[in-house]
Design a protein around this ligand. Structure first.
Ligand code: ADE
Length: 238
């Protein structure tokens, strides 16, 4: 249940489930609620960052937008975890593939998140931290993908503060270290989840590939996204 409000989430008594899907785009949250949830009620509209709670195959599930970038997902996920009691948080988004082995529409599960952001500095650890996703959630979604014949790749991603990079070789240098894909949020989610002892997973469809220069059409984006929502929602089984 939702005991209170925060600067960014004001549920006004509406419930927030322990399991929540987190697309970047709040209109995608609305689409998911309208298309996949039953009996959905809206729990947030502050700054149009829409959030909803309903049921999926009989189990309680919430969905809320996070905005783009680490600061945005970090503040929403912090409040969801530390104030509203979310314990299973699943980011669903798109990523840029960094290797030729990643085809458009393939699924990437972020085992860990590297970053060029300074977000992790606040934890003041005596070294370089590698925030990881929940193995339990990752394993569950990986197996669900496999059983549906969906190609899934699990590995390291890089959460970047920049979509447009000043140096030409930025993404190549990450790719040389085996990093599968670039996106802009996961490290904030994984760090907050680890700090609070809850589970998080970030999963993406490959919307563009920086090695092959392939790019999805808007129609392809929609198909891949629907498939990913169904896979993400399987974590309600856990
Ligand atoms: N999300 C999807 N494609 C991306 C890219 N090329 N860079 C950062 N985030 C992305």
């Amino acid at each position: 249940m939702s005991p209170t409000s925060t600067p960014h989430i004001n549920p006004q008594g509406a419930p927030i489930a322990e399991t929540i899907l987190l697309p970047g785009d709040p209109l995608r949250a609305k689409f998911i609620a309208e298309t996949f949830l039953e009996d959905a009620v809206q729990f947030n509209s502050v700054r149009n960052m829409f959030g909803y709670t309903g049921t999926y195959q009989g189990r309680e599930l919430s969905v809320m937008g996070t905005g783009m970038g680490i600061p945005s997902i970090a503040l929403y996920s912090w409040e969801l975890i530390n104030v509203f009691g979310c314990t299973k948080l699943v980011r669903i988004g798109s990523c840029g593939g960094l290797t030729e082995g990643l085809a458009l529409n393939d699924l990437v599960l972020a085992q860990a998140a590297s970053t060029d952001s300074n977000y992790l500095a606040q934890f003041d650890l005596p070294g370089t931290w590698a925030p990881t996703g929940s193995f339990r959630l990752l394993d569950h979604v990986y197996r669900a993908a496999e059983s549906r014949g969906i190609t899934a790749h699990a590995g390291n991603v890089v959460s970047s503060d920049t979509f447009y990079h000043a140096q030409d070789d930025t993404t190549e240098r990450w790719a040389k270290m085996g990093v599968l894909a670039v996106e802009m949020e996961t490290v904030g989610l994984y760090a907050n989840a680890a700090a609070a002892g809850v589970e998080a997973l970030a999963m993406f469809t490959v919307s563009d590939n920086l090695a092959t220069h392939a790019q999805m059409t808007p129609e392809q984006r929609q198909t891949g996204f629907a498939q990913m929502i169904e896979l993400a929602a399987t974590v309600t089984e856990l």
